[in-house]
Design a protein. Sequence first.
Length: 334
Amino acid sequence: MRTDPAAGAPGLDPHRIAEIIVATGDDRRRGSGYRISDGAVLTAAHVVAGAAAVRVRCDADRPGEWSAPAAVVWADERSDLAVLTVEPPDGAPTRLVPARFGRIADDRHSVIDVCAAGFPLWKRRRRSDGGYFRELHQADGTVAALSNLRTGTLEMTVAPAGADPDPEASPWAGMSGAAVWANSRIIGVVAEHHRPEGAGRLTAVRLDHALRRLRDEPRAEFARLCAIPDPAALPLAAPGASHEAGPARCGRSGCDDRHDLSATTAERASAALQIAGASQEAAARALAEAARALSTAPQAAADALTRAAASLDGNAEVVAPAWLVARAGRLREG
């Protein structure tokens, strides 16, 4: 077996996106999933409900394609979550870094960038031999933190489906089971498409709410299978998206991050300014200066961040609030 070159990379790895092929007697259906570790795949429970046989396929029609039988080892109909175990064949990537899980805050208004990748019906294509296959679709969108709180789910707004090939089925059928990512953490699983809500809205399991509703024993088993240290305390996937971690990212709705930042403490500001890569003493001093300036002098904070970036080695980055990034040199949005 080979080690995946991207095995240590955080976030969505295209080689770990799984097509779930389910046989139920004379019928066959497809869903999506994500390989969260060497031998485990996360998906939606309804994708594998009533399955006589399940097969997982990764990298279809690409170098490194593999498929293998899978077993449903954990499923919960109410939360619509399921975990499959699979034994990848020789040549499949191994030594994968376990996927990381998180949450978004539900205590205030915010809009979070998210993405999911799967195999919806509207991406069905015909082969030259007359057969059909599902092409992979990357759905980039946003989640409004306060939407769907009554049902404890995520409302994911994405570009509308490009076609509606079957009026008796959702164009998003087959996307169910796709992991929903916020930054480098999984915060949910695509589960439903309600036609009256339009072709550009998907409903996803909200992981932290779903775990909260599980009984102790199944919650502990799900956490074990997914390598979640504490299912009752998932970390925030979107820095600054809660009162716990500073200002919300809400620029799409007209909120002003600077207003929220003016109320932050130097300690919370410091938490928002992280160095990834090789740090140096000068950079650390500049970051401390930026943290002190955030609450009273945003421009000074931006200038300090620029100095921090200039002090870092070539492979290092500074992660900073988006409105400060515009004023800093070698920075990337956090």
